[in-house]
Design a protein around this ligand. Structure first.
Ligand SMILES: [Fe+2]
Ligand SMILES: [Fe+2]
Length: 257
C-alpha cells in the first residue's frame, strides 16, 4: 500500500487521468491540458490509470497505420506533458495498451515512470491518502483508494457499470477507480460492517468512479460503440471530516469527420 500525505487542506482535488492514447490521431491534447493545469492549484493532485500511450503494434487490435507517433515518440510526448506536474502525480498504473508493449518486448513503463520519480504499480494500486486534520480530534483524514485500469466492459452503460461495481466484491476501499471503458461514471454504495464492541451495524459509504478519456471517436465508430464524452471526473477528498464528493465534467468537442 502506498502512503501519501497531501498536506493540510480543507479538501484535496484529485484528477484521475487515463486513456489518453497518445499516438492515436484522435488524441485531444487541448482538453488534456485543461485537466493537467488544474494541478497548478496547491490542493490538486493527479492519478494516472493506464492507456496513456496508444502502442499499436502489428499484431494488436489498435490501428498501427493510423498511429501518428512512433512508440518512442509517444513516451517522449507523454514525458513532455507530465514533467511540469510530476511532483503532483501520486501514482501510475498500466493499461492494456502499455501491457501490449510488455507482452511484445518484455519492457514495461517502469523506467519511464522512474525517470519522472512517479510511484509505479503496473497491475493495481492500493493507496492510503491522508489530507487535512479532522475538526473533532485534529487527526489527519485517511482515505483508502483502490485503482486498476480494468479489462473488458461491454457495449452498454449498464455492463460498464457492472464491471466497476465488481471492484467492490471481495475488497473494501473508500474509493474505487476504474478506467478502460472510456465512460465517465460515478455511483456510491454502502458497505455494512458489524461493530462487535458497540453491538451495532456500521454503514460505510464507498464511492465508485470510472474515469473518462482524451481520445476521439474513430475507434468507437468502427466498432459500433457509443461515443465517449471526453474529460474525466474530478474527486474531492474532504480534509476536515471523512467525506468524498465527485463530479463529472462534460466537454464539447468538434471532430473533423
Ligand atoms: Fe483506453
Ligand atoms: Fe484500456
Amino acid at each position: 500500500m502506498l502512503k501519501v500525505e497531501l498536506g493540510d487542506f480543507d479538501y484535496a482535488k484529485i484528477v484521475p487521468l487515463s486513456d489518453l492514447h497518445i499516438g492515436d490521431l484522435d488524441f485531444d491534447e487541448k482538453i488534456l491540458l485543461k485537466y493537467l493545469k488544474q494541478a497548478e492549484e496547491d490542493n490538486c493532485f493527479i492519478l494516472l490509470n493506464g492507456d496513456m500511450i496508444e502502442m499499436a503494434t502489428k499484431d494488436s487490435v489498435g490501428d498501427i497505420y493510423g498511429q501518428v507517433l512512433s512508440s518512442e515518440k509517444q513516451y517522449d510526448k507523454l514525458g513532455d506533458l507530465l514533467t511540469p506536474y510530476k511532483h503532483k502525480i501520486l501514482v501510475a498504473t498500466e493499461g492494456n495498451h502499455e501491457y501490449r508493449q510488455y507482452k511484445n518486448t518484455g519492457l514495461s513503463s517502469k523506467r519511464f515512470y522512474a525517470s519522472l520519480n512517479i510511484p509505479f504499480y503496473p497491475d493495481e494500486a492500493w493507496l492510503k491518502i491522508t489530507v487535512g486534520r479532522k475538526k473533532k480530534n485534529n487527526k489527519p483524514v485517511a482515505y483508502s483508494v483502490y485503482m486498476i485500469h480494468g479489462h473488458g466492459g461491454g457495449r452498454r452503460t449498464g455492463s460498464k457499470a457492472n464491471r466497476l461495481e465488481d471492484l467492490g466484491n471481495g475488497r473494501f476501499a473508500d474509493l474505487f477507480i476504474r478506467s478502460h471503458t472510456h465512460w465517465q461514471m460515478i455511483f456510491p454504495d454502502t458497505y455494512e460492517m458489524p461493530n462487535m464492541y458497540a453491538d451495532r451495524i456500521r454503514k460505510v459509504p464507498r464511492l465508485f468512479v470510472n474515469t473518462g478519456c482524451f481520445v476521439g471517436s474513430r475507434y468507437a465508430i468502427r466498432h459500433e460503440y457509443k461515443k465517449s464524452t471526453l474529460g474525466t471526473p474530478l474527486i474531492y477528498l474532504n480534509g476536515r471530516e471523512k467525506r468524498i464528493k465527485a463530479e463529472v465534467s462534460v466537454e464539447a468537442v468538434y471532430e473533423k469527420r
